[in-house]
Design a protein. Structure first.
Length: 378
């Protein structure tokens, strides 16, 4: 029998957070599951990256939400309640919240990472994970969860070891991270420093250099054993998140926080929804439109506005958040509303037009970031 799904097993393409969340949900329902992962281990595109599991889009704590979804929380976390964000002039604004604003987590195959914990839970439930197994098609029943298909944002910089104290620092300055933000995360002797850019990708080298210089000056950045690292983020509101009969989960479907790129939570939630739609015989498109689309739309509107704000606008945002609880501030910023719903067509158009790279001459274009070819839409 063809081991790729001609039997009664469920096939999952991709062992990222979305694929493993799907696999765990199927396995908890007693089904036989095979996960096909292109790389030789989990989290290969992150390898020791530190990321923030956001905790502001719901009242409920994200770890409690994962628990309620049947997903493990047995990974290392650092609850982040206090940090510092700088404007383009180097002025510091405190970021404070009573409950954790986000949890720093480690990504990649190592011990204590989110990916390793999900893999262990999946295997504990009897899921078979086949590494070095890149699927071209997914026969039989299953879920597609193979990560981003294009670059709407990039995060580039370094991982490193450090003697710095735990914490987080951000800089909102278009010279460091055009239409995005530069960030520095430190957890238990390890750090990540990145420029998270939403345009001007061709200036990534200069942006990273400026980001390092600024964090050295403003936050005392100290890196030992730096390793260059970067990756892409892909967001859009899909017309449908079904590919043939298969639900598509995570960033492959475009489920990503368009405003700041906090995609892990949406990946996990959509992975669970994709599996539930199959288990319960329900329409996946209807499920994600109800559970995820309001948040994705809200973040798309936020992205369009943030992209217009410039350094003056960021400064206004930073001042506003520093007057109260940052988690409450961000919760309001992301909260869906009728006004945001009205602005979605305008916001999608804004984002679509920004994807065309004016600095590319399109002659034998080999540029990874340029969207001079066919455009699928937001
Ligand atoms: C540098 C960087 C920093 C980030 N920081 C944050 C952050 O701080 N907070 C946050 O919430 N999010 C962050 N994100 C986004 C977050 O990492 C993603 O949204 C999340 O990992 C998406 O999960 P996924 O399962 O959809 O895709 P992925 O994590 O990309 O997993 C997809 C998997 O599918 C595999 N695959 C691909 N093609 C095939 C194939 N044909 N067959 C089989 N397997 C295949 C890949 O190897 C991969 O393992 C960051 C992203 C980047 C790049």
């Amino acid at each position: 029998m063809d081991s790729r799904g001609s039997d009664s097993s469920i096939g999952i393409a991709g062992a990222g957070p979305a694929g493993l969340a799907s696999a765990i949900t199927f396995a908890r329902a007693g089904l036989r599951v095979v996960v096909h992962e292109a790389q030789r281990e989990v989290g290969s595109r992150f390898r020791g990256d530190l990321q923030g599991l956001e905790n502001w889009t719901s009242e409920q704590d994200v770890l409690a939400e994962l628990d309620g979804l049947g997903l493990t929380t047995a990974f290392d976390t650092l609850a982040c309640r206090e940090g510092t964000v700088f404007d383009a002039g180097g002025r510091a604004y405190p970021v404070r919240s009573r409950a954790p604003l986000f949890y720093t987590v480690a990504r990649g195959p190592g011990p204590g990472t989110l990916d390793a914990a999900l893999l262990a839970q999946a295997r504990g439930l009897g899921v078979e994970v086949r590494f070095n197994d890149r699927l071209a098609t997914l026969p039989g029943r299953g879920v597609l969860a193979i990560g981003p298909r294009a670059a709407d944002a990039i995060a580039v910089g370094y991982h490193f070891d450090t003697a710095m104290a735990d914490g987080f620092w951000l800089i909102c300055d278009d010279a460091l991270a055009p239409q995005g933000y530069a960030y520095l995360l430190v957890m238990r002797g390890r750090g990540t420093v990145k420029s998270c850019m939403f345009s001007g990708f061709k200036q990534q080298r200069e942006c990273v250099e400026r980001t390092l210089a600024a964090f050295r000056r403003l936050a005392g950045l100290e890196m030992k054993n730096p390793r260059a690292h970067g990756g892409v983020g892909n967001f859009r509101l899909p017309a449908s998140a079904l590919s043939g009969r298969h639900p598509v989960a995570g960033e492959q479907a475009g489920f990503q926080d368009a405003l700041f790129g906090f995609g892990m939570r949406l990946a996990l939630r959509s992975g669970v929804l994709a599996a539930r739609s199959q288990l319960e015989g329900r329409d996946y498109d209807a499920l994600w439109r109800e559970a995820l689309a309001p948040l994705v739309c809200s973040s798309i509107v936020g992205r369009a506005l943030y992209g217009l704000a410039g350094n003056g606008g960021y400064r206004w945002l930073l001042r506003s958040q520093s007057r109260g609880d940052a988690r409450v501030f961000l919760h309001r910023l992301y909260r869906p509303s009728w006004l945001k719903r009205l602005l979605v067509p305008w916001a999608r158009h804004q984002i679509l037009s920004r994807r065309k790279d004016a600095s590319c001459d399109h002659v034998d274009c080999q540029c990874v970031w340029c969207r001079c070819g066919a455009e699928a839409g937001t």
